[in-house]
Design a protein around this ligand. Sequence first.
Ligand code: UDP
Length: 328
Amino acid sequence: MMTVLITGAAGFLGSHLCDRFTKEGYHVIGMDNLITGRMSNLEHLMKLSNFEFHHHDVSKHIHIPGELDYILHFASPASPIDYLKIPIQTLKVGSLGIHNCLGLARVKQARVLIASTSEVYGDPVEHPQPETYFGNVNPVGPRGVYDEAKRFQEAMTMAYHTFHEIETRIARIFNTYGPRMRLNDGRVLPAFIGQALRGEDLTVFGDGSQTRSFCFVEDLVEGIYRLLHSDYTEPVNIGNPSEISISQFAEEIIKLTGTTQKVIYKDLPVDDPKQRRPDIRLAKSILDWEPKFSRAEGLKITYDYFKSLSKEELFKKDHMNFDNYIVR
Ligand code: UDP
């Protein structure tokens, strides 16, 4: 049985990856410090004999006894609101965290796949974004802590690959959505659906002309699974190229939820990218992968998930667990 360590296991993407790898018959070690992750995302896996959970902060030395074949580094706050609240932790998990993962990979002779991001392209001047685009990032802006941590993470991963001959894979993940996203993490989809369910107006930032391209989580997981098992070591975009403006997206959510609330406009956050769409020609050619879920299908599944949440959950102000966070 192959063993895989998944960091950020209790988060949105991490938990879906745990689902997939346990289903595929791997022994899965899920690791999370539970600041933004939640055990409720993993509850259904805890009874499985091929799943174990380690409550640990990957920014500190990682100890795993026995053999390890793969490491998926998915630990990181991943929304602008989250990394503004915990900027230092965000920088640490992308730098010290990946260093620990790569050190562990060296000892275990394991293959590492890192969750990088479309944020490495910053506010992109080139559109859509191919992997060859170097980006337009403000290192000292509010997003800098995330963007630069992820850029450093790619550099560190490449260095271990070339210098220590570690097997590495780099996924550049574009906006992804689906069940288990945290309400109130600030991301646009849970924000809009949460607002619709609570009977609040939908808050569009700026004039809503900025674009994003949303990928359903199941498609993302399939892309990651294929990339891990490929022999390609350069970065690969994983995302859905179907692009939409945020104001159109708000209209789609209004239709989907049937809310009678309206759209209200708020200030655009600093350095908010004006446009984003992945060029996925590389993923298509080397992984034979492209998204299968239309936005309508994915949104319906996601809306059903949010509808099933309790009232208490829906009206909770913050879902981050600061008890698990110590600033150093
Ligand atoms: N956004 C919005 N209203 C909200 C939350 C976000 O209009 O309540 C906008 C945000 O300014 C950005 C887009 O939606 O232009 C996507 O934001 P998100 O935080 O989901 O992801 P990112 O900006 O990192 O792509």
